[in-house]
Every structure is written in structure tokens, then in C-alpha cells.
Ligand binder design. Structure first.
Ligand code: FE2
Ligand code: FE2
Length: 181
């Protein structure tokens, strides 16, 4: 026997609530800008974990160079596109702190780049950079953080994501080429 219209709409409503709960948990419906940035975060976090397992100096240098390039490109697309467009949508304090944290990371990256893996404190500096980045990423992704506030705002984050993707590809080839020279 077909269900009454009331029962049907109730089950539809239930299904919708379950779906909303699921997407909130998995972030499956994140707009492109957020998906792109989160993907970068996961990539770099896994590289920092991988670094801890390395013994050879050549492998350490190689992986650090990849981390450094990824972080430079990521912070630049956030600073050129994402953060400025989110001014007014996201608390000023959060955005200001994010810029300052990027600057701190850039200084530490430059210090490590000027060193050799055999130098004293090389591993320690990479470790501290990793912890610093993990802290920064948490500030961006946590409830009430930058990404969360951005998603509640009125900017088109799919459009921003497309522009960020294009800019990322451009910077990867520019900076990647410079790095191998
Ligand atoms: Fe980020
Ligand atoms: Fe950031």
C-alpha cells in the first residue's frame, strides 16, 4: 500500500536531515576553494610525517624541497586570492593572525633552505615548522575558523577555487622551475 503524503514528506525530511548530517561530518559538499586548500593541508601534513621516517640526507633535502614549494604556493594563493576576498566575511583578527603565521613559516622555511640536512638543528627546524603548520591549519579548519566563516559568507567559493587552481598551477611551474636551477 502506498504511504500517505504525510508519511512520505516525513521520510523525505528525515533523509534530508541525515544527508545534511553526513555532509557536515565528511565535508563532502565543501566548495572548491575549501576542497583545494584542505587537500593541500593533508598533503603537506603527510609529508611532514614521512620526513620523520627518513634517514638519508639526500632524501631529507628532497622531501623538504617538496614541502617548501607546496607551502610557498599554498600561502601565496591564500594571500593573493582567498584571504583578501574573505575580508568582511571572516573576522579581521583571524585573517590578520593567519598572515602573521604565514610570515613566521616563510622565515623558518628560508632558514632551513639555507642549511644542509647534516647541520645541527636541521631536523629540529623541520619538526618545528611541521608543528607550526599543523597549528595554523587547525586555525583555518576548526569550527568557527577561517574556512567555516568563509563558507557561511556570501562569496562564491567555487569560482574562487577555480581561480586558485589556475594560479596554483602557474606558481608551481614558476617556483618549481626556479628551485631546480
Ligand atoms: Fe591553508
Ligand atoms: Fe594559511
Amino acid at each position: 500500500m502506498p504511504s500517505s503524503p504525510t508519511a512520505h514528506s516525513k521520510s523525505t525530511a528525515r533523509a534530508k536531515t541525515a544527508k545534511a548530517r553526513r555532509t557536515r561530518r565528511t565535508g563532502a559538499r565543501d566548495p572548491l576553494a575549501i576542497t583545494l586548500l584542505k587537500k593541500d593541508h593533508r598533503q603537506v601534513e603527510s609529508w611532514f610525517d614521512e620526513y620523520e621516517q627518513l634517514e638519508s640526507e639526500a632524501e631529507k633535502r628532497n622531501l623538504f624541497d617538496r614541502i617548501a614549494l607546496a607551502l610557498k604556493v599554498h600561502t601565496q594563493i591564500e594571500e593573493e586570492i582567498f584571504y583578501p576576498e574573505e575580508r568582511g566575511e571572516v573576522d579581521d583578527d583571524l585573517l590578520d593572525e593567519a598572515y602573521v603565521e604565514h610570515d613566521g613559516a616563510k622565515k623558518l622555511i628560508a632558514e632551513i633552505e639555507a642549511m644542509q640536512p647534516s647541520d645541527e638543528f636541521y631536523d629540529a627546524k623541520v619538526k618545528v615548522l611541521g608543528e607550526y603548520i599543523k597549528h595554523h591549519v587547525r586555525e583555518e579548519e576548526q569550527p568557527g575558523g577561517i574556512f567555516n566563516q568563509a563558507k557561511k559568507g556570501s562569496e562564491d567559493l567555487d569560482d574562487a577555487g577555480r581561480r586558485m587552481e589556475a594560479r596554483k598551477a602557474e606558481l608551481m611551474s614558476q617556483m618549481g622551475a626556479r628551485q631546480t636551477n
